[in-house]
Write a protein that binds this ligand. Structure first.
Ligand code: CO
Length: 211
């Protein structure tokens, strides 16, 4: 067995020891259940580990990750995570966290086929088409890429707000805010995009549901 694989289990043993040294009850407490106040929707990219970059401990953040932190309305995986987080765990905040240098967003800017994933990336291309005028006007490619990453996060925040799950929670006066962030893989710094949605008033009429 190669060292890289074996090291994972050894590292786990060391991690358990370090946690128990700080708090002998650490795992006993976690075994009682979870009530995280935050749902994180992030990119699957290995450089953006949700808990680590916000200093969260196990039990503090419910996490869903996919390529380019997308909110696709027919994605049963995302919808199930969202439903459980909102209706069972009663999270107070949903954070969509994208990141600069995102491979999925980069692929969506180009026309090269990359296989089956083209069909996932097409959802990101839809964001480009929505903001084509603004994006096409940015001549610097890196700047255009960074702006596209930010616009994609903002669209996913509004796509979350359009779900029946979040609108139903708001109709029931459940305290629930949706936020958009972008993480800098080269700096470690999170940029808050300032999109904070706590009701359906920012959505086009056609998306506002009556229950
Ligand atoms: Co990414």
């Amino acid at each position: 067995m190669n060292d890289l694989y074996k090291n994972l289990i050894d590292n786990n043993k060391k991690w358990v020891e370090s946690k128990l040294k700080l708090d002998p009850e650490f795992f006993n407490k976690l075994a009682q259940g979870q009530s995280p106040p935050i749902l994180w929707i992030g990119c699957a990219d290995s450089r953006v580990p949700a808990n680590e970059i916000i200093g969260a401990e196990p039990g503090e953040v419910f996490v869903h990750r996919n390529i380019a932190n997308m909110v696709v309305h027919t994605d049963m995986n995302m919808l199930s995570v969202l439903d459980y987080a909102v209706n069972v765990l009663k999270v107070k905040h949903v954070i969509v966290c994208g990141h600069y240098g995102c491979g999925g967003v980069k692929a969506a800017m180009g026309q090269q086929s990359v296989g089956l994933i083209d069909n996932w990336i097409r959802h990101i291309k839809d964001v480009y088409r929505l903001h084509k005028k603004e994006l096409d006007s940015i001549s610097n490619e890196k700047q255009r890429f960074d702006t596209f990453v930010e616009l994609n996060v903002k669209e996913q925040v509004f796509d979350l707000a359009k779900t029946s799950i979040i609108q139903n929670a708001w109709k029931n006066n459940q305290e629930l805010q949706v936020h958009g962030w972008v993480y800098g893989v080269g700096s470690g710094i999170i940029k808050d995009l300032g999109v904070n949605v706590g009701n359906d008033s920012q959505l086009d009429d056609v998306y506002q549901l009556n229950f």
